[in-house]
Design a protein around this ligand. Structure first.
Ligand SMILES: [Zn+2]
Length: 95
């Protein structure tokens, strides 16, 4: 799911406020990152007791040099995901 420009601005502002120091890549030591304009999800392994899978939404930040990636939980960043009627797409709001 793609972030709107407004949601991307929220992510950039939050990262800017949280990461005040240089943040070199732990793998290649360069300090140049890209932030994906899409939400990603991580799924629970296998099915839970309800026969479903718990999922968590993430924002991905990748090192532009080596590709090492970091994932930030979008719920903790303040995004809320509300299933739509058709239960296929989700509506995303930021708080
Ligand atoms: Zn790197």
């Amino acid at each position: 799911m793609r972030l709107t420009q407004q949601q991307m601005n929220v992510v950039l502002m939050k990262f800017k406020s949280m990461f005040t120091d240089k943040n070199p890549c732990p793998m290649c030591k360069k300090d140049s990152w890209s932030i994906s304009d899409r939400f990603y999800e991580m799924k629970e392994f296998g099915l839970n007791e309800n026969g479903t899978q718990q999922t968590s939404p993430f924002i991905m930040m990748s090192c532009k040099t080596c590709g090492h990636s970091r994932f930030f939980n979008a719920l903790i960043l303040g995004f809320e995901f509300t299933p739509k009627k058709d239960d296929v797409d989700e509506e995303v709001t930021e708080s």
